[in-house]
Design a protein around this ligand. Structure first.
Ligand SMILES: Nc1ncnc2c1ncn2[C@@H]1O[C@H](COP(=O)(O)OP(=O)(O)O)[C@@H](O)[C@H]1O
Ligand SMILES: [Mg+2]
Length: 347
C-alpha cells in the first residue's frame, strides 16, 4: 500500500505485540485477540487437499499439525533467519493478523509493532518493509518500551519482559530508549521448559515427558524463592497416571533465569544519574508470561537489597498489556511523529 493521503480516509490503529510464542493484537475499534505466532503449510498434495488453502495461521495451524509443517517466524523473538522463506512466513502471519483486525475498504491502517528490545537493525528493517506491504504506516518499537508507554512508566523505571524466547529489559529515562538502555537475554520461558524437562527425565526416567508436558507443569506450579506449598504433578508412566513431587525441579528451573536478570538490572541501574537510582529501584515492573512466576517480585526485591529498598510489581494483564501500550501509543501520537520513536515505514 502507499502512504497516507491526508484526512480523507478513516484511520484504523493497531497495537501488535509480535511475540515468539503468541501475537497479541488490539485495535481502536475494540478488536482484541491472541493467536499462536505460527504458520502451517501442507506437507504434500494430500495435505493441500485436506486443508483446501495454501497455509493456515495461528492456533488452527497448531491443531492441524499432524499433516502440516509448522513454522514459527519469530523463533528467537526476532525474524529468526533472514531467508526469503522466513520473511514469507512472517508476511503470512502479519497478513492474517491484519485481516482478523477487520479493516474496512479504504481504511488507512497505522500499526505500532513491538519487537524484542535489541532486535538487530537488519531484522527490524526487513520486518518494517514487509509490514509496509500490508499497512499504510508501521512503527517498530521495543516490546518493553511499549509496555512502559501503556503503564505510564516512561521515566525512572525499569521494565523486564519475560517472554518465551527472550527476556527484554529496558531502562526508561524520559526519552525513547537508546540501544544501550536495553538488554536482551536469550534465557526465558523456553529455557525454563528445557531445564525442567531435563531435570524431570533425569529424576524419573520412567515418566513420559516431553517439553510440552514440562511447559504445562511449569505454567501450573512456577515459583521462585521459599516453598509455600508442595507441587504435585500428574504424569503418565507405562500408560498409567502417576503423581510426582516436582517442587524442587520447578524451583531450580525457574530460578535459573534470575542471575542474569539481576545482573542486567544492576547494570542498567548504574546508567541512571545517582540521584534517581533510589526512585528507579522502587519502579521495577515485570511483564510477559514469565511475570506469572509466583514470588518473582519479592525474590528480585531481596536480591537487590544491597542497593536499597526495591519495589517490584508485575503487570495486571501479561497477555495484552504490551499491545495495549502499543495501541495507546498509536492513538496518542500522530503518525507524522512516529519516526522520532523508532523505525518507521510509510507515514
Ligand atoms: N504461570 C506461568 N508461569 C511461568 N511461565 C509462564 C506462565 N504462564 C505462561 N508462562 C510462560 O510465558 C512464556 C510466554 O510469554 P509471552 O509473554 O506470551 O511470550 P512471547 O512474548 O515471547 O510470545 C512461555 O514460555 C510460557 O510458558
Ligand atoms: Mg512478549
Amino acid at each position: 500500500m502507499s502512504g497516507s493521503e491526508g484526512g480523507m480516509k478513516n484511520k484504523l490503529f493497531l497495537g501488535i505485540d509480535l511475540g515468539t510464542s503468541h501475537t497479541a493484537v488490539m485495535s481502536n475499534r475494540g478488536k482484541k485477540f491472541l493467536l499462536k505466532s505460527v504458520v502451517g503449510y501442507p506437507r504434500d498434495v494430500i495435505g493441500l487437499k485436506l486443508l483446501g488453502r495454501p497455509y493456515v495461521v495461528g492456533d488452527e495451524a497448531f491443531e492441524m499439525r499432524s499433516y502440516l509443517e509448522l513454522r514459527y517466524p519469530l523463533q528467537d523473538g526476532v525474524l529468526s533467519e533472514l531467508s526469503d522463506r522466513d520473511l514469507q512466513v512472517a508476511r503470512h502471519l502479519l497478513t492474517h493478523v491484519i485481516q482478523q483486525a477487520a479493516p474496512q475498504e479504504g481504511d488507512e491502517i497505522n500499526a505500532v509493532i513491538g519487537v524484542p528490545a535489541r532486535a538487530s537493525g537488519a531484522n527490524k528493517s526487513l520486518l518494517l518493509k514487509m509490514a509496509h506491504e500490508v499497512v499504510n504506516t508501521a512503527l517498530v518499537v521495543s516490546e518493553p518500551f511499549m509496555v512502559a508507554y501503556g503503564l505510564d512508566k516512561l521515566v525512572n523505571a525499569l521494565i523486564i519482559d519475560i517472554g518465551a524466547g527472550t527476556t527484554d529489559i529496558c531502562a526508561l529515562k524520559g526519552t525513547v530508549p537508546a540501544p544501550e538502555d536495553q538488554v536482551t537475554l536469550t534465557k526465558a520461558g523456553n529455557y525454563v521448559d528445557e531445564r525442567l524437562h531435563n531435570a524431570l527425565i533425569e529424576r524419573h526416567p520412567e515418566l513420559q515427558i516431553n517439553t510440552n508436558v514440562a511447559c504445562s507443569v511449569k505454567e501450573m506450579f512456577s515459583f521462585v524463592g521459599p516453598v509455600t506449598a508442595p507441587a504435585i504433578a500428574e504424569f503418565r508412566a507405562g500408560g498409567k497416571p502417576v503423581q510426582c513431587d516436582v517442587t524442587e525441579p520447578v524451583r531450580v528451573a525457574c530460578e535459573s533465569l534470575m542471575p542474569e536478570i539481576i545482573e542486567s538490572i544492576e547494570g542498567l541501574l548504574r546508567t541512571f544519574q545517582p540521584e534517581y537510582q533510589s526512585t528507579v529501584l522502587k519502579n521495577i515492573v515485570i511483564a510477559g508470561g514469565g511475570s506469572r512466576i509466583r514470588g518473582i517480585g519479592t525474590y528480585i526485591e531481596e536480591k537487590l537489597r544491597a542497593y536499597g529498598e526495591a519495589k517490584v510489581t508485575c503487570v495486571g494483564d501479561p497477555t495484552f498489556d504490551g499491545c495495549r501500550g502499543a495501541l495507546r501509543l498509536a492513538e496518542e501520537l500522530p503518525p507524522q511523529y512516529w519516526s522520532q520513536l523508532g523505525d518507521v515505514a510509510g507515514g
